[in-house]
Write a protein that binds this ligand. Structure first.
Ligand SMILES: [Zn+2]
Length: 229
């Protein structure tokens, strides 16, 4: 069986408000209770159940599985695993209706970052709309052809995504959430239409999560201690 390949999808970031319910979810992730004034929160529409430009889609069940796996994960900058890039964390995730797409479902990651001096530039960039896209790296167990039902992770079938077979358009359902590797904030290119807004990472070395105590938490705690005195 082929090894599970990480898939990366790009999506959008939105600012969010923090109420008491959200704050209790954040505090389930933080090392000490944080007040609403101490956290900056935002929402990431990470991926959805629509057929994408690669003629793939995540069924709702896959999105539900991703929601469980993403909670507690760090939000990175530009796919780096270095401690300095861990600016935010996913404190809750849920499948929601897609605005403007009847019946469409999307995975929304709710994220927070402490309002520390070291995060001020990142927060300003989000508020200014400079950092408003994200990419997710995920792995699924199956890629099921919509025409013949074959799992193309096991054996590639004769159907091509986007082609019409007896009136039915072929796409691949990405089923069986195996893991989530990362969610990263991405700077928007200077030219709005420049470059690719979705890419995938197939093969090659996978990023290695940091070992031992999570450096982001250590750094955050240190900064909070400094701020207290
Ligand atoms: Zn097929």
């Amino acid at each position: 069986m082929k090894r599970m390949e990480p898939i990366r999808k790009y999506a959008q970031l939105r600012k969010a408000d923090t109420d008491e319910g959200e704050l209790s979810l954040i505090n389930a992730q933080s090392l000490r209770p944080l007040s609403a004034e101490e956290v900056f929160t935002f929402r990431l529409a990470a991926c959805n159940d629509q057929v994408d430009r690669d003629f793939e889609r995540f069924p709702e069940q896959t999105l539900e599985d991703f929601a469980r796996l993403f909670t507690g994960r760090p939000v990175l900058m530009d796919h780096q695993w270095s401690a300095g890039s861990q600016t935010a964390r996913v404190y809750a995730a849920a499948v929601e209706d897609m605005p403007g797409v009847p019946g469409g479902k999307q995975l929304v990651l709710r994220c927070y970052m402490p309002r520390l001096r070291g995060n001020a530039d990142t927060i300003a960039a989000i508020e200014a709309g400079l950092l408003r896209e994200c990419s997710v790296g995920v792995a699924v167990k199956r890629a099921v052809c919509s025409v013949c039902g074959k799992d193309n992770r096991l054996r590639v079938c004769e159907h091509r995504g986007g082609q019409i077979y007896q009136g039915q358009a072929c796409h691949f359902d990405l089923e069986g959430a195996a893991d989530v590797y990362e969610v990263s904030l991405v700077a928007v290119p200077a030219q709005p239409d420049a470059g690719i807004i979705k890419s995938k990472r197939y093969g090659g070395a996978e990023p290695t999560p940091p070992a031992g105590p999570e450096p982001w938490q250590d750094q955050a705690l240190l900064e909070l201690e400094k701020n207290r005195f």
